[in-house]
Design a protein around this ligand. Sequence first.
Ligand code: ACO
Length: 325
Amino acid sequence: MGTVILGTGSSLPKRIMTNKDLEGIVDTDDAWIYSRTGIKNRRIGGAGEQTHQLAAAASREALQMAGLSAEELDIIVVGTISSHMLMPSCACFVQKELGAVNAFAYDINAACSGFIYGMDMADKYIRSEHRKKILVIGAETLSSRLNWDDRNTCILFGDGAGAAVLGHSDDNGRGVIGSNHRSDGSLWKLLHMHAPPSYNPDLEVPDNSGSYIVMEGREVFKYAVKAMEDSVRGLLQQENISMDSIKLFIPHQANMRILTNLLDRLGFPEEKVFFNVSEYGNTSAASVPIALDEANRQGLFTEGDIILLCAFGGGFTWGASLIKW
Ligand code: ACO
């Protein structure tokens, strides 16, 4: 028995913001952004494109591919740090949008690692309770959580959602092979976002600059490359799988320089890596499932192929997962 992905989907806001558009917002230019990050465009949510609405649209595609109705879902898990409300969860809003009346729903706050953490939990549920059908989503509208005066951060991120429906397969050889996830809360300051101001003055955070992303870019860069390298190497060793046997590597689309550094350190061939960061920027938890869906729909892998996923984000959180499709 294995946990397989029965369907994938993705959804992106209609509005495209180019690097040129950003030149009118902060002191930056297209050449700087592209050379430092590989990003050309990102999508920015508008009316009707809240996090849960993008998530629901991606989920409908995934359900359609899986041939399942929303009523057949047992659990909905959303990786997000940018839902439009703190409570209820984004997952509860997705449940409402889909009419998934038989599911229980909750969010995972693990920044860019939210989707792969969610997939890992879904795998464990499915292995212990075989018939479960679980919708795992990564969805963000980080445009609502950026300081648009801070050129260090606002150029990097974009909005979007990706989803996967997971279920069981009786074919023993197929499914999630394993994962290797880690966190390090001691490094939280390097990449964080405060909660809204507290109504209890005793519980106010002294340096609460606002509810937007704050980042030490250079430090994040170093940790991201090293952590993703370690988790990929650790996972391959743990599962006794060689790098050569991977058909496609779908890393978190953070930025192109992080990815090329990672590939160099791993000695992994670029031709076997999926990239879409130039078009969407860093969509945090949505980045891996959007890329997975696009690669799936482009037919870049088929049954029996081994896919490697990995991510790194605020927390810090990071990890890698292997799937035999
Ligand atoms: N446009 C023009 N100039 C800029 C911009 C901008 N948007 N942003 C910064 N600069 C300037 C800086 O002010 C600095 O100028 P100075 O030398 O006069 O002080 C100069 O460019 C160099 O700044 P650095 O921050 O040192 O630039 P760096 O080469 O490190 O690139 C970047 C910055 C792209 C943020 C890089 O550090 C990075 O990729 N970090 C990883 C961050 C990341 O991807 N975070 C996402 C969340 S975590 C994750 O998903 C993995």
